[in-house]
Write a new protein. Structure first.
Length: 256
């Protein structure tokens, strides 16, 4: 399937003229990119739409068994994959946790009650001798990978797709799709794949909204794990804004 503008043959254009039709309108309709209706077409549309995006702003809402986590932040991307991000999550009863990923390093700012270090930032590493840091490293690997836009292309390539129609997302039109993702068909390094399979979840329902440029602007997931309902909503926007993300000064970072 191709999304390039259709070339109208001269003979067909001449026929339109002879029949007295509005050829300008007809050519625009024939030449306009079609809305993808199947998984291969949508995957190609997303791949083309996300490849050149340099940055994005994201808003996150997670509701797990009535506990609602919210997050907001910015990321820079290269070929659809996040190479840096700055995200602050608010967890009820705990406070704000800021996660900064840059230069393949992940740093976190914990609420005062959880941070035993005298420095404002903590470098996260799976090699740490600190079990808390190890746990954070494992969980943040999924956050790091999930911030990439190319994951939605991977979802689509492993899914059956249903076109639901056009809706407004942040005041702009977007096409709404319902995906049923076959988790077994996802690449082995897809964030959360092994956890889903371990929980016995082979099919993952995902609602995806895509704008006219092939950019994912809203994603919703809902699943039940051990009789607990978990819903996730991510909205994306402010594409290609001027975003600069830098590592914290070395003297403000603790390791452990």
């Amino acid at each position: 399937m191709t999304w390039k503008r259709t070339v109208v043959p001269v003979a067909v254009a001449a026929t339109v003229l002879l029949t007295g039709c509005d050829q300008t309108k007809w050519i625009e309709e024939v030449g306009a990119p079609a809305t993808p209706t199947d998984a291969p077409g949508l995957a190609a549309f997303l791949r083309d739409g996300t490849a050149s995006i340099s940055s994005a702003h994201l808003e996150l809402e997670v509701d797990a068994a009535g506990n609602k986590i919210t997050g907001t932040g910015d990321e820079t991307l290269s070929d659809g994959r996040a190479d840096a991000f700055d995200l602050t999550e608010t967890i009820p009863g705990i406070g704000d946790i800021r996660v900064l990923m840059v230069d393949q390093q992940t740093y976190v700012q914990l609420p005062a009650g959880l941070d035993a270090s005298a420095k404002p930032w903590l470098l996260i590493s799976t090699d740490s001798a600190n079990p808390v840091v190890q746990q954070l490293a494992t969980s943040l690997q999924s956050v790091t990978s999930s911030s990439s836009l190319d994951q939605y292309t991977a979802f689509t390539e492993a899914a059956t797709v249903k076109l639901l129609g056009t809706e407004q997302v942040d005041g702009a039109p977007a096409t709404h799709y319902a995906l049923t993702v076959d988790v077994t068909r996802l690449p082995n390094d897809t964030p959360g794949r092994s956890d889903l399979l371990t929980a016995g979840l082979v099919k993952l329902p995902v609602d995806l909204w895509v704008d006219e440029k092939g950019r994912p602007v809203k994603v919703s997931e809902e699943l039940t794990v051990q009789n607990q309902k978990v819903t996730t909503l991510v909205t994306l926007g402010d594409f290609d804004a001027d975003v600069t993300i830098t590592a914290p000064p070395a003297d403000q970072v603790a390791t452990g």
